[in-house]
Design a protein around this ligand. Structure first.
Ligand code: FES
Length: 108
């Protein structure tokens, strides 16, 4: 039996966790605003829905010291990012063009 195509072409999860103890966590770097930015951009560009791009919040992905982090499935490409320019590059290159952004990739 062949594997069915994934429901979304790309599914992006942003860790938006904030650690109560003040140790490094993604929300300290504005992860929620970054997730909101990318989600809004996918809407503006008509990329959402089945066969398109879905952007979701996630809890801690256990890569806190490398963050902020986001991961793109189905490939499982991990990214870190600093600002909306980085997010825009992930959007244009990876989510639209299919080419991961090497300079922002994390190992694994
Ligand atoms: S707080 Fe983001 S990976 Fe743990």
């Amino acid at each position: 039996m062949s594997t069915p195509a994934p429901y979304y072409k790309y599914h992006v999860f942003f860790c938006t966790n904030l650690r109560a103890d003040g140790s490094q966590s993604c929300e300290q770097c504005g992860a929620q605003a970054s997730r909101d930015y990318l989600k809004q951009r996918t809407k503006e560009l008509g990329l959402t829905g089945a066969g398109g791009v879905r952007v979701n919040n996630a809890g801690c992905l256990d890569r806190c010291s490398e963050g902020p982090v986001a991961v793109v499935y189905p490939e499982g490409t991990w990214y870190t990012y600093v600002d909306s320019e980085d997010l825009e590059e992930i959007l244009q290159s990876h989510l639209i063009g299919g080419e991961p952004v090497e300079r922002l990739r994390l190992p694994g």
